[in-house]
Design a protein around this ligand. Sequence first.
Ligand code: ZN
Length: 243
Amino acid sequence: MTPHADAAGALVLFSGGQDSTVCLAWALERYGRVETVGFDYGQRHAVELEARKAVRARIAREFPAWAARLGPDHMLDLKGFGAVAESALTAERAIEMTERGLPSTFVPGRNLVFLVYAAALADRRGLAALVGGMCETDFSGYPDCRRDTLNAMEQALNLGMEQDFRVETPLMRLTKSQTWALAKGLGGEALVDIVLADTHTCYLGERGDIHPWGHGCGTCPACELRARGWDAWTAEGRPELAP
Ligand code: ZN
């Protein structure tokens, strides 16, 4: 546990998935006050929203020092955006590659919209850092997850809100194997177990049986990515990555 956590607070964009759970632990290690925000944009499955509650509760129970820093959770209704940006995640459409070279799970501008809402909330809550699990090494190459995009967004938010927010992306350069290693570096096997058992990543919203890498259908792109990362991390001997 960092002895002198940053007194300024952080707002974590928290979906209840593997990446945002590791980001939440990263923020709790670093900041004295941490709140979470989730977005309901009409996802096909509510299982991810349930995972958020389970992960927060277990972190609070098993990490008392972090529990003292963990503030309220906020859920924002973005169904209007979901209706505009309809894609495979929010409508009954197959998960496939589109002619633009992006998976049909891409929701145009999703992270940009999330950050506008998160920044407005952070302004009201007096929080200085916006923490998200965006990652450039992600196979899908979503353009709104690139650091260049987020640098531009950070500048736009600060200019437009007369603020000094930092958009922090601790997973930006990590592989999926390194994300498991970071979980272990932050919270040991206890945190790895929370990520394994309680987070939700599957695009199809399947909980189902538990695989070595966690719950999910096992065949959608998100499950495949998660399973490959787990296999690589296991093959490397489950190393630890310091935050
Ligand atoms: Zn799946």
